[in-house]
Ligand binder design. Structure first.
Ligand SMILES: NC(=O)C1=CN([C@@H]2O[C@H](COP(=O)(O)OP(=O)(O)OC[C@H]3O[C@@H](n4cnc5c(N)ncnc54)[C@H](O)[C@@H]3O)[C@@H](O)[C@H]2O)C=CC1
Ligand SMILES: CC(=O)C(=O)O
Ligand SMILES: [Mg+2]
Length: 549
């Protein structure tokens, strides 16, 4: 509906980027022809925020809170971001993991309004036209998924769109990217989820996924169309299945401004958290045996950065690899397996390394923990409860401060619950999780927060950095710089009882610090124009969008 007042400016009341809702003043109501279209009382933004939080809390379930907040985002973006900013720790689990998983599962049933672009395979001849139909001309950041591996809940088809939408709202909340300059994209290439194919209300292209030859050709056409339409945009790949994620990154990382969040963002946050953890443990990463449960793109991506860090700390490449152990659904990665990709094979052990363990079949996680003095146990496996009491107690019997990160999302997929890890290790475990968990209770009555080791600490800051610095590529060194800057901000460095990662209340300031480190590295790597630290700081501040009328 367009108001028809004397100075009608084309629907300011219903434009989510410009509306103030009940906060339009009496003068503004007259000026824009809104008189009579709103209830009499003029409210402040703070009052609106209070009213909205009241509504959020009155909802019966988290998925209802998610639906309410998504609706608010579609109605009034300034108010939506003001609401999130007013209570980040409460808001984050509602717009992101774990609730967003349910939002993706029920995407078709919950459909309200369009947001972003749906690029479906049957429309592949019209990619350029579809990109030109984007709601906002100038775009700084795209998050794209094909919905095949959404968090740890598998193929959600078109419902995967919940993830780009959620991630981009955090680009704005934490990284200060103008919401009108963000674009969520869903590549709809079908789904292999039988429930969705049978669902009469499924809104995506109701076919099985296309084959790999067609798939990679479609992705190439998509990238080419993005290059034509938005040559400077940051293109973030999100929640692609492992067989597609690494090849896509390898193909495009030197061609445009792009990164894979699950591979590189996860690696950077994990390394940042490990910096605090090893400091508290009084060791170096290079002195640890590191076990990764899960050999998907996330697990291998993290280990690759762990390997680089160990080499930086003085190990040779082969010494570093020898300290990394990867266990997947079949067992330990060993060089005699014929089901490994090149990325996985790079972390496979010689079967001779485990020959004297006396095993009948492949070594499992329990075997590795029994025969190796494991200091760091990481989980990116989607396997709920895989860090069992026996495994954790065995590990904790050999090291003073076991570092245990169950990183799979959403909450139900976590490899262990922090309270259990804490109990099994007598409070010695240094813990970080992928999704939020309640704080740990201490005997002295204190509650200690559990760090949420999630790539949300990284991607908004990287987006802010490349936008501010006008970078043209995302280099490995830039992701390492992000990890170091995050690690430097670990509260555990100053207080060994504190969480391994900064509190959500500080996350925007930390994002500024990470962005400066990343931008500086972009300049050093020659992928951004020369600029002094002061220039970069100024540009980061100028890029930052904050909500308000
Ligand atoms: N905390 C964070 O920031 C992030 C967390 N993740 C989480 O990581 C998880 C994995 O993601 P991807 O690597 O893309 O998935 P993926 O499905 O490609 O890989 C899963 C891996 O775990 C292994 N696995 C599955 N069940 C297992 C079991 N019972 N025992 C041992 N290994 C098992 C599989 O063999 C495979 O190697 C997801 O839950 C995702 O939400 C991913 C990115 C970021
Ligand atoms: C956090 C994230 O990117 C994931 O679980 O896939
Ligand atoms: Mg992801």
């Amino acid at each position: 509906m367009t108001p028809t007042g004397a100075d009608d400016d084309g629907g300011i009341l219903t434009d989510p980027m410009r509306t103030k809702g009940t906060a339009f003043t009496a003068e503004e109501r007259r000026e824009h022809g809104l008189l009579g279209l709103l209830p009499h009382t003029v409210t402040t933004l703070d009052e609106q925020v209070g009213r909205c939080w009241g509504e959020v809390h009155r909802q019966a379930t988290d998925i209802q809170r998610y639906v309410y907040l998504r609706g608010l985002q579609d109605r009034n973006e300034h108010l939506f971001y003001s609401v999130l900013a007013a209570d980040v720790p409460t808001a984050l689990p509602l717009v992101y993991t774990p609730t967003v998983a349910e939002g993706c599962r029920r995407f078709s049933a919950l459909w309200r309004r369009p947001r972003g672009l749906y690029l479906a395979w049957p429309d592949r001849e019209h990619l350029a036209e579809m990109l030109r139909n984007r709601p906002h001309r100038e775009v700084d950041v795209i998050v794209v998924t094909d919905g095949q591996r959404i968090l740890g809940i598998g193929d959600q088809g078109v419902g995967g769109m919940g993830i780009p939408v959620g991630k981009l709202s955090l680009y704005t909340l934490i990284g200060g990217i103008d919401p009108a300059r963000t674009l969520p994209i869903l590549l709809d290439v079908g789904t292999d989820n039988a429930d969705l194919l049978d669902d009469p209300f499924y809104l995506g292209w109701r076919q099985r996924r296309i084959d790999d030859e067609e798939y990679f050709a479609f992705v190439e056409d998509f990238v080419a169309a993005v290059e034509d339409e938005m040559p400077d945009v940051l293109l973030q790949w999100e929640d692609f299945a492992t067989p597609h994620a690494a090849p896509i990154l390898a193909r495009y990382r030197d061609r445009l401004l792009t990164f894979n969040d699950d591979i590189q963002g996860t690696a950077a946050v994990a390394l940042g958290a490990l910096q605090g953890a090893t400091d508290v443990a009084g060791t170096r990463l290079a002195d640890q045996q590191v076990v990764m449960l899960g050999a998907g793109s996330a697990g291998i991506g993290v280990l690759e950065m762990v390997r680089q860090e160990m080499v930086d700390q003085g190990l040779t490449d082969s010494q570093a690899r020898a300290r990394c152990w990867v266990v997947d659904v079949r067992g330990l990665l060993t060089t005699d397996r014929d089901d490994l990709s090149d990325d996985q094979r790079a972390f496979a052990h010689d079967p001779a390394d485990v020959a004297d363990w006396g095993l009948d079949g492949p070594a499992q996680l329990g075997d590795v923990v029994e025969h190796v003095t494991v200091g760091v146990l990481l989980g990116l496996s989607t396997a709920q409860g895989a860090f069992t009491e026996e495994i954790v107690r065995t590990m904790a019997a050999k090291v003073d401060r076991p570092i245990v990160f169950p990183l799979s999302n959403p909450t139900a997929n976590a490899e262990a619950r922090p309270a259990d890890l804490d109990a099994w290790t007598g409070g010695r475990a240094l813990i970080a999780t992928g999704s939020p968990f309640p704080p740990l209770h201490r005997d002295d009555g204190d509650d200690v927060s559990v760090a949420q080791c999630n790539n949300v600490y990284i991607f908004p800051a990287v987006g802010l950095a490349v936008t501010a610095a006008r970078a043209t590529r995302v280099t490995d060194a830039m992701m390492r710089a992000a990890a170091r800057a995050l690690g430097d901000a670990s509260p555990a460095l100053a207080d060994s009882r504190a969480p391994l990662l900064p509190a959500w209340g500080e996350v925007r300031d930390v994002a500024d610090d990470i962005a400066l480190a990343v931008a500086r590295q972009a300049v050093a790597d020659g992928v951004a124009p020369r600029a002094s630290d002061d220039d970069l700081r100024g540009r980061i501040a100028a890029t930052r969008w904050t909500p308000g009328y």
